[in-house]
Ligand binder design. Structure first.
Ligand SMILES: C[S@@+](CC[C@H](N)C(=O)[O-])C[C@H]1O[C@@H](n2cnc3c(N)ncnc32)[C@H](O)[C@@H]1O
Length: 225
């Protein structure tokens, strides 16, 4: 299945809002670290329901662009957003439809590892960022978070499984400085009592703690030279 087919289905079945609810637990902490200023132009890669741009508009950004490969995701996001300064585009991470140096910041939550050529996507991010612009790249699927590795079995789109070190190396290879890397725990998802396991796809309570509390979301921050 293509990105379009896979994620159009997710959008049609309401998974876009479900992801928003779950990802907000850590995305809000990532957004709080972003050095956005009034009037900034920000791109959200793999925007899903578009919640990140609505939150950033409340912080004063001037223009938000949500790019997604699934037209139904973009349609839904438009329907949830009553703001002329936020636009949703259908496109692919391989080729970002922006001029060189056009953007102040790029954000991505739980989407980057679907890129078919992730280093090229990083080069594209670097190209569209103005000097000093930042890329806040947040993923829950990464090598150190071992309980997430099985996710690939449930989705037809190829996922890139990088370690923390591989993320830093790839950012540098694409010409971005690495300003920060951190694992942001999800302290809100409820973890049931040990007697209730297996549940929610986790064999043991320890495995669920590892996924949410120990690892959570890996944030890598790149800065364009
Ligand atoms: C797991 S969802 C995350 C959505 C949102 N960022 C969130 O936090 O809820 C991944 C999104 O990335 C989009 N996506 C995946 N691969 C893509 C690609 N190569 N180009 C553009 N969008 C892509 C999907 O359509 C989907 O909406």
């Amino acid at each position: 299945m293509s990105v379009r087919e896979e994620f159009d289905e997710w959008a049609a079945s309401g998974k876009d809002r479900g992801m928003e609810d779950r990802h907000w637990h850590t995305a809000k902490h990532v957004l709080a670290r972003m050095p956005v200023e009034d009037g900034d132009a920000v791109l959200d890669l793999g925007t899903g329901s578009g919640y990140v741009l609505r939150a950033l508009r409340e912080r004063g950004i001037g223009r938000g662009y949500g790019l997604d490969g699934a037209p139904e995701m973009a349609n839904n996001a438009r329907g949830y957003t009553d703001d002329g300064a936020v636009g949703f585009l259908v496109g692919d991470f391989d080729e970002l439809p922006f001029a060189d140096d056009a953007l102040d910041h790029v954000f991505s939550m739980e989407a980057f590892y679907y890129a078919s050529d992730p280093v090229h996507t990083l080069e594209e991010v670097r190209r569209v960022l103005r000097p000093g612009g930042t890329f806040y790249c947040a993923v829950n699927y990464f090598a150190e978070s071992e309980t997430t590795h099985a996710w690939q079995e449930n989705i037809s789109v190829d996922m890139t499984l990088w370690s923390r070190e591989a993320y830093r190396a790839a950012f540098r290879e694409a010409g971005l400085y690495v300003a920060e890397q951190d694992a942001i725990p999800d302290r809100e998802t409820e973890i049931p009592d040990a007697s209730e396991f297996p549940t929610d796809g986790y064999e043991t309570r320890e495995a669920m703690i590892d996924r949410y509390r120990t690892w959570g979301t890996l944030l890598t921050v790149g800065v364009a030279p």
